[in-house]
Design a protein around this ligand. Structure first.
Ligand SMILES: *Cc1c(COP(=O)(O)O)cnc(C)c1O
Length: 384
């Protein structure tokens, strides 16, 4: 089965990991600081802390924003469930706001309508690698105390009005899961514009430990001493994986360019194909395409999904609207409350997209899609 996404690992990546394995540190060694410094070159200099995965990144970011019981967090439903569930873990109430109907990123008007005096964070998701409209989203939170968060699990390496992802929101979270634009196996990161917020993020990631002498309540206790002022968790990313991340970052530019070239090939092959709609892009965006999300029209998504899978093409559906999950439904969230996301979901299909996808394999995907659409229409024609 051709996967919908997969990592690209070279001998250099392997060598970097082996070197870290043979060093004195397996975790929290020099590779961690070096990886964070390398990442900051992609966020336009915005400070970054590494964490153990993208879900942890969201949990850390929400904790750093001060999210707690009773606070509201605005989230679009067209995302992976973790964008919402990691805030629920801190006691927040999720308020779902619908997406725009071209990019399927959080709709700034819907976000503005969802913001109340209890809103702590408004979370946008750079769906498929296309950045959300951050200038408009900034206006939606103006006049409130809410911070703006970018879930950039899909979009590291992307640009908005010429500004890099990682610099666009108060907090940005990344995931380095193998299907994402670069990988550390499991891994993630949080970028924060405000150094005080970044410091809180780092502390939450490291069990809440305070070691800075000038902040200790009892600074003269001894060299071993640290204090916990606010509770945290262990979300550290090991040195070994940071070494892999540094090696991968050296190719992130290539990855983004290769994904873009494959997207252009899909666009050209599928633009005039009846029965599907290809993804759109805003003039101000330079997406770091993570997914190639098409829409299968005329109620045929399920059928085309099954035919493609049967043909050995690992298509995927991204995403089940988050508020549809029973955990949210049991809290009273209703289907039908975010119609744009829900009608998109009904038609959405992700075609394989990853740097090592060959043009021959991509042609196989395109042929399988044409065949799947033809097979259905022949049957319809025969029945008519
Ligand atoms: C992958 C992903 C996450 C979670 O990342 P993990 O590293 O798998 O925990 C969060 N949000 C979005 C939009 C994602 O695609």
């Amino acid at each position: 089965m051709l996967p919908y996404g997969r990592q690209s690992v070279t001998d250099e990546d392997v060598a970097a990991v082996v070197e870290a394995l043979r060093s004195d540190w397996l975790t929290t060694g020099p590779q961690v600081d070096a990886f964070e410094a390398d990442l900051a070159k992609w966020t336009g200099g915005v400070g970054v802390t590494s964490v153990s995965n993208g879900t942890a990144a969201l949990h850390v970011a929400y904790a750093a924003a001060g999210v707690g019981p009773g606070d509201e967090v605005v989230v679009p439903p067209m995302t992976f469930v973790a964008t919402a569930s990691s805030a629920v873990a801190l006691g927040a109430k999720i308020v779902f706001a619908d997406v725009e109907d071209e990019t399927f990123c959080l709709d700034p008007a819907a976000a503005a309508a969802a913001v109340t005096s209890r809103t702590k964070v408004v979370s946008a998701v750079d769906y498929a690698g296309h950045p959300a409209d951050y200038d408009a989203l900034r206006k939606s939170v103006e006049g409130s105390d809410a911070l703006l968060l970018a879930d950039a699990a899909h979009s590291i390496g992307g640009m908005y009005h010429g500004r890099p992802v990682g610099s666009l929101a108060d907090l940005t979270t990344f995931s380095f899961f193998p299907t994402k634009n670069m990988t550390t196996a499991e891994g993630g990161a949080v970028a924060a514009l405000d150094p005080a917020v970044l410091k809180r993020a780092r502390r939450f990631r490291t069990i809440g430990q305070v070691r800075e002498r000038d902040e200790l309540r009892f600074p003269d206790e001894g060299g071993w001493y640290y204090e916990v002022h606010e509770f945290g968790l262990n979300y550290r990313l090991p040195d070994v994986l940071c070494a892999l991340g540094r090696s991968q970052l050296r190719r992130l530019g290539e990855f983004v360019a290769r994904r873009s070239a494959l997207v252009a090939r899909y666009d050209e092959a599928l633009a005039d194909l009846a029965g599907v709609a290809i993804p759109k892009r805003k003039a101000w965006a330079e997406p770091a395409w993570h997914l190639y999300p098409i829409r299968v029209l005329e109620g045929r998504r399920r059928e085309v999904y099954d035919r493609m899978r049967a043909a050995g093409i690992g298509v995927q559906v991204n995403y089940i609207p988050v508020h549809w999950h029973p955990a949210f439904a049991d809290l009273g969230y209703r289907r039908g409350s975010c119609p744009v996301a829900e009608s998109f979901y009904a038609e959405q299909l992700s075609l394989p997209l990853y740097p090592d996808l060959s043009e021959a394999d991509q042609d196989r995907v395109i042929d399988a899609l044409r065949a799947a659409l033809r097979a259905g229409s022949t049957r319809t024609a025969a029945a008519a």
